[in-house]
Write a protein of this length. Structure first.
Lengths: 335, 281
């Protein structure tokens, strides 16, 4: 028997029932537990457990609930969905109502399909535009003198610290029909009629590129900065034009940075809610808005959940690639 | 080569102009005294009318105070949890659940906010049904949601700071008989302080700025500042938001410049101390 420090079981009672009880109390009762804590539950476990449990409870469990509700029937109640499992006849029969109609609805309904495709298109085009704007900037910073480099980086990150919402809002003032851009173009005589800029796809592209630009530039910069400049010098010595050596050396080497930057823009852009709500078309919504409308306006929680799950499945592959990249980056930094 | 550097600098200048032009226009038009918000009225401007109106608007002031409270609590909570997670991931080697922890701290970074918001709301509703907690939604639920998102960012910051240091200092202290807790507070914590400062600021900004997640998990009496701004902006451009934006930009710019200077200073001090320690050997 494992004896716990300090309090041995009284000798005379060892064979009686009371003695057994006493021993059991010692074996499984509080003293044993506290010893277990002292031996195994060190501070290290606590350090791991606290964030682990928090994230499990507030990040993983919520997804399981969304997943569950996406198979439920809508019901006029609070909360407005039917339970998946129900005990009928006073607990003698377990009834499950696994309802696939939400998915059938989301996948077959023309509105949802077109919204999904539209969101993917908007995100893809914005990502490419972001890359086209961000790559030369990241390249410029990486090749700048070390002293100006940190200043330039700060200038890139500074807008990121100011409110995202307000920066999107600022574009409303620029793009309006009587906004700053139209006024400037009119007064320069370049146009006679104000252009329709706000509430268009173009406005959404601008908004996304503008808001997500730092996310594109920073991973690209981190990659470009590590390049070995002697490779380019060697290419130049061997007679390669700068243009050619860029496409043969710099661009292939920067693929990991491009992938990371594009994923950091593309994944959140698919579900973007604020930018299309403020700058986008009223006749073509994006999937994030549909989800939120389905939830708040129609109070159809099961369909909103199904939309979320479908969106998540569509984004699963890019998210997994991003995870792998992120892990590799952090492991590489260790060396 | 010269034309290429010209192209690079041109791209940089244009890109920076693209980044700063909208902010500048907001600042300029916050002093505009015209009912047409985006048409400059040179006869009556500049003016402080919109600032006066802003400070008389109780809805905005209340929302700002609420947002400040939530952001401060979020930042503090996220720094504590994010530091623990970063420490575990970098310093503890292989442990059960490490891959899971790593995934759970990077996935929120790219998760579309509508999904995070929806799933957290559904969790709170289910929890309330099962346990009675949380009673309704408000400051508490918004803060929990924000901490969950922000701690992922803090973890990344702390992680990348920690991998920059080898653990020989900590090992040495442990060998000399220091308790793990003492090692953490005397060695690890001072080393990662700059990361904690920027992590705190990052978490604060994320929370202060969030509208999508807040909309899902807020209650009837917990309208945050971004929610007020968002509902106003949906109706069109309004000049008092320009004034609000200008104030916020000023605060942020000052904060970022100050914290950058502080971090530069800390970095220099650390390098100097390292040098002194080396020459002492």
């Amino acid at each position: 028997m494992v004896r716990i420090s300090g309090s041995p079981a009284p000798q005379g009672l060892s064979n009686s029932r009371l003695g057994l009880l006493h021993a059991l109390l010692h074996q499984y009762g509080p003293p044993r537990w506290s010893r277990y804590v002292r031996e195994h539950w060190s501070g290290q476990r606590l350090v791991i457990a606290v964030p682990w449990i928090w994230l499990f409870l507030f990040f993983i469990v919520p997804f399981l609930i969304v997943f569950k509700i996406s198979f439920s029937e809508i019901r006029l109640a609070m909360p407005p969905y039917a339970p998946l499992f129900e005990w009928l006849e006073e607990g003698r029969r377990l009834v499950t109502t696994l309802d696939l109609s939400n998915y059938a609805f989301v996948i077959s309904d023309g509105l949802y399909v077109s919204t999904f495709l539209y969101s993917l298109k908007i995100a893809a085009v914005s990502t490419v535009l972001c890359l086209l704007v961000g790559y030369p900037m990241a390249y410029g910073i990486a090749r700048a003198a070390p002293t100006t480099r940190s200043l330039l980086l700060m200038l890139i990150i500074l807008p990121f610290w100011t409110s995202f919402l307000l920066r999107v809002y600022a574009w409303m003032g620029l793009l309006k029909s009587d906004g700053v851009i139209n006024n400037v173009l009119l007064s320069l005589g370049l146009i006679d009629m104000p252009l329709t800029l706000l509430y268009t796809d173009l406005a959404v592209y601008i908004g996304i590129v503008y808001s997500y630009l730092p996310f594109m530039i920073l991973p690209l910069y981190a990659n470009l900065e590590k390049h070995d400049i002697t490779l380019l010098e060697a290419a130049a010595d061997l007679g390669a034009r700068p243009f050619k050596s860029f496409f043969l050396i710099t661009l292939p080497l920067s693929v990991p940075g491009i992938v990371a930057g594009c994923l950091l823009v593309f994944i959140p852009a698919v579900g973007e809610f604020v930018i299309p709500s403020l700058l986008g078309r009223a006749d073509q919504l994006m999937i994030g808005r549909i989800l939120s409308d389905e939830f708040f306006a129609n109070r159809d929680w099961p369909v909103a959940s199904a939309v979320a799950i479908v969106m998540l499945i569509a984004l699963l592959l890019p998210i997994m690639i991003f995870q792998r990249y992120q892990r590799r980056e952090l492991e590489a930094a260790k060396r | 080569m010269k034309s290429r550097s010209g192209f690079r600098n041109g791209a940089l200048v244009l890109g920076l102009a693209f980044l700063y032009m909208p902010i500048l226009s907001m600042v300029v038009f916050s002093f505009n005294n015209s009912r047409l918000v985006t048409v400059w009225d040179s006869a009556n401007s500049p003016t402080l009318t919109w600032y006066r109106k802003l400070f008389a608007n109780e809805q905005i002031l209340d929302a700002a105070f609420l947002s400040l409270q939530i952001a401060a609590m979020t930042a503090t909570g996220a720094v504590i949890l994010g530091t623990l997670a970063g420490l575990a991931l970098v310093r503890f080697g292989a442990f059960r659940g490490r891959a899971m922890l790593s995934t759970m701290t990077t996935a929120p970074l790219v998760m579309p906010e509508v999904i995070t918001g929806l799933s957290l709301l559904l969790l709170f509703v289910a929890l309330e049904q099962l346990t009675g907690w949380p009673e309704g939604r408000g400051i508490m639920t918004i803060t929990i949601a924000h901490i969950t998102l922000a701690m992922a960012y803090v973890t990344v910051v702390v992680r990348s700071r920690l991998v920059g240091f080898d653990d020989s200092l900590e090992e040495a202290a442990l060998d000399l008989g220091a308790k793990p807790l003492t090692v953490f507070f005397r060695i690890t914590l001072p080393l990662i302080t700059p990361a904690l400062v920027s992590g705190w600021l990052l978490a604060f900004t994320l929370s202060w700025d969030d509208v999508v997640i807040s909309q899902f998990v807020s209650g009837p009496n917990s309208t945050t500042l971004p929610m007020v701004i968002f509902s106003k902006a949906r109706l069109g451009v309004s000049p008092d938001i320009n004034a609000l934006a200008t104030i916020l930009v000023l605060i942020v710019a000052t904060g970022v410049v100050l914290s950058t200077l502080y971090m530069k200073h800390e970095e220099k001090r650390r390098l100097r101390e390292e040098q002194m320690a080396r020459s002492g050997n």
